[in-house]
Design a binder for this molecule. Structure first.
Ligand SMILES: [Zn+2]
Length: 312
């Protein structure tokens, strides 16, 4: 008989992805499109039916989900991706259904755990990870422990201020990093420049950060300027992180992190220029390694560690 695994689940605004995880390796992958606007009961049912084919081979369930999560109580206090989700005792509901222990945590915390133990962060006890996508999330491992904070808000990199009089962020405050490095703002920055300069980006009807990164790598001036500015703002944010947490490694996760040199060169340049004590620090800024699997791996790992009362 094969050893039982842990079901890792990543509940995002677009997809629910799950797999059986054993020692960081995934098998029996399942993926469904998230029904985000159907109300709590129907989306809980969807999560249940996603897990059903896997549960007989598992001894625990770990779930990463966007939003404000009370991991101790297993309650989703609020999730921006799922309509109507407020104070949903998701762990209890699934425990009753499947008779397995269930543990939940914020999705970026799950990604951070996954990259820490099985990806780009292996061997480091002080690291910071942030995700670049529609939004900009973040999470920290400090002295070998995941930082939750007093209210579960720790690591909200995207909502730190880098320009006091900057543009309005989705959260209602001004000049936050997400307002400069979130996907739609990268695209908007490119469009603004395209109105004034010739660019190879003009041939695309639908612009994405990925396309802009590709054209930047091919030498398009507008695209290069966009990434040099995004890299500058992220560099300012990372310099703040280094000053606060002194991590050995900063990991950038999410689709835009695959942009490569066009993104990383301006980030590294800015950090070197503005961080306090740069010549005394030995730190790396690197892309994540696990891609889309990090959240599943990390959620399963969270379940594994919490189940045996190991500090996470
Ligand atoms: Zn904000």
């Amino acid at each position: 008989m094969t050893r039982k695994g842990i079901i890792g689940i990543d509940i995002g605004g677009t997809n629910i992805k799950a797999a059986l995880v054993r020692g960081g390796r995934l098998s029996r992958r399942v993926r469904t499109t998230t029904h985000a606007h159907v109300g709590v009961q129907r989306s809980v049912n969807q999560i249940k039916s996603t897990i059903t084919p896997l549960h007989s081979e598992a001894n625990a369930i770990g779930i990463g989900i966007a939003g404000i999560i009370d991991s101790k109580k297993g309650v989703v206090k609020y999730s921006p991706n799922l309509k109507g989700w407020e104070n949903v005792p998701l762990a209890r509901i699934l425990r009753r259904e499947f008779g397995l222990p269930v543990y939940i945590l914020n999705d970026v915390n799950a990604i951070c755990l996954g990259e820490w133990k099985h990806g780009a962060g292996r061997g480091h006890n002080n690291l910071f990870l942030f995700t670049l996508g529609t939004g900009v999330g973040g999470a920290a491992i400090c002295e070998g422990k995941l930082l939750f904070g007093a209210h579960g808000f720790a690591g909200e990199f995207g909502h730190t201020t880098i320009h006091a009089k900057g543009p309005l962020c989705i959260c209602g405050q001004h000049g936050h990093i997400e307002r400069y490095a979130g996907a739609k703002f990268i695209v908007a920055r490119a469009r603004k420049k395209m109105a004034k300069q010739k660019s190879s980006l003009a041939k695309y009807d639908l612009l994405t950060p990925k396309i802009i990164a590709r054209e930047a790598a091919r030498g398009d001036r507008v695209a290069r300027e966009v990434f040099s500015e995004v890299g500058y703002y992220l560099g300012l944010g990372i310099a703040n992180l280094l000053a606060l947490f002194d991590p050995e490694i900063v990991i950038i996760s999410g689709g835009i992190a695959r942009a490569g040199r066009v993104l990383f060169a301006p980030i590294r340049r800015t950090v070197q220029q503005v961080v306090m004590g740069s010549k005394y620090r030995d730190f790396k800024i690197v892309p994540a390694l696990l891609d889309d699997d990090a959240g599943i791996v990390g959620a399963a790992l969270f379940a594994k560690l919490t189940r045996v009362n190991r500090p996470v």
